[in-house]
Design a protein around this ligand. Structure first.
Ligand SMILES: C[S@@+](CC[C@H](N)C(=O)[O-])C[C@H]1O[C@@H](n2cnc3c(N)ncnc32)[C@H](O)[C@@H]1O
Length: 352
């Protein structure tokens, strides 16, 4: 975990090149007035600097903003990468429409369709000799075997349940009815029931947004930080959106399970010492997930010293957890089966 600015790191790094890249860069929205959520990832120079440090053929995934993914794609393409002809789409049902009540019981609006798609851009550093490159360096393919879902080939769609689905049924708008609801949605342990229903699972990766529990877990000894949940003005006066006390104070934490799956998809064959680049690391989610998914060396770069320190703590604690229980058990727990029971009091005492 390197507490550095990405462009500075690119200028000074002289080590071996990377097999792949996974990144959740700033979207350029200035989210919650954060100065770090700037346009750096929408600039060609950024990706050109990163391009230099990847092996020919290296695959890359980057989370993108629904409103600005096209700017990210242009910056990446102009920097010399090939854009793959499909996006990975993470479908979820948690966003709310921002509409105006124009008459009793009737809403209108402009940008009001609920956003149910979080795009993930898939791109590659080109190579003129894909096969020899792959056999000599291990870079240049997607590991569709490791990323299989329920013994079926992975699709480019990741889904999640609607918010009010529970163990006993899904709401009508659910994207994955009959697919088991995860613990992080239910906040309870229902391990026994899930196994009765797993046969019905389609070949879709079902991953919810990171729950507050997942974000804060293993950080219980850290001080509380107040976290705003909405921008100033508008909803900030609504008590339902009042600030909360948190341990992981990064505002845009992604789910570790999704990073595990993306990490597996990018993983080179076993005979190569796998080396992954993770610029814009935040609180370390992609680092943790990729390491759990099988990557040996992960280089994460984060310019904010507070986030970098938080990420280093999170990474070391998830690694300690995996060393105790095994990576497989932690990954299974993360996909929603028994994270809470894995983290029994005894486990936590041993970690701290
Ligand atoms: C969207 S967040 C990543 C959040 C991460 N997925 C997580 O789960 O915690 C992007 C991160 O990029 C960092 N960042 C922004 N500009 C940067 C730069 N020039 N160099 C390094 N990091 C930067 C921000 O501080 C922020 O933490």
């Amino acid at each position: 975990m390197l507490p550095k600015e990405v462009l500075d790191w690119c200028k000074t790094y002289t080590g071996p090149k990377f097999h792949a890249l996974i990144s959740d860069p700033p979207y350029g929205y200035h989210y919650n007035q954060k100065s770090w959520d700037n346009e750096i990832a929408l600039q060609t120079e950024t990706w050109a600097s990163i391009h230099h440090h990847l092996l020919p053929g290296a695959f890359a995934v980057a989370y993108a903003a629904p409103r600005l993914y096209h700017r990210l794609a242009i910056a990446v393409e102009d920097a010399g990468f090939a854009i793959h002809p499909f996006l990975l789409n993470w479908h979820q049902m948690q966003s709310m429409p921002r509409a105006t009540k124009a008459a009793e019981g009737h809403y209108y609006g402009r940008q009001v369709l609920r956003n149910s798609i979080e795009p993930i851009l898939l791109f590659q550093k080109p190579t003129k000799t894909p096969k020899p490159t792959f056999f000599s360096t291990g870079a240049g393919t997607l590991n569709i075997q490791a990323a299989q879902i329920n013994n079926q080939w992975p699709t480019n769609v990741v889904v999640q349940h609607a918010e009010s689905c529970n163990l006993f049924g899904c709401e009508p708008a659910c994207l994955v009815p009959n697919n088991p609801v995860t613990e992080s949605l239910l906040q309870t342990n229902w391990e026994a029931e899930i196994w009765e229903r797993t046969d019905e699972q389609p070949a879709l990766t079902t991953i919810p947004k990171a729950s507050r529990f997942e974000r804060d877990v293993l950080l219980e000894d850290l001080p509380d930080t107040e976290c705003k949940r909405v921008n100033d003005g508008g909803l900030s006066h609504d008590p339902r959106f009042a600030p909360i006390q948190v341990k992981n104070f990064h505002p845009t934490v992604k789910p570790i399970a999704l990073a595990v799956w993306l990490g597996k998809l990018l993983l080179p064959p076993d005979q190569f010492q796998s080396r992954l680049l993770n610029p814009f690391a935040g609180s370390g989610t992609e680092h943790i997930g990729a390491w759990l998914g099988g990557w040996e060396e992960v280089y994460s770069i984060e310019s904010d010293p507070g986030y970098a320190e938080l990420a280093a703590i999170r990474i070391s604690r998830w690694q300690a957890l995996a060393e105790k229980h095994g990576k497989e058990a932690v990954c299974a727990a993360l996909s929603g089966r028994n994270l809470k029971s894995l983290l029994s009091e005894q486990t936590q005492q041993m970690l701290f």
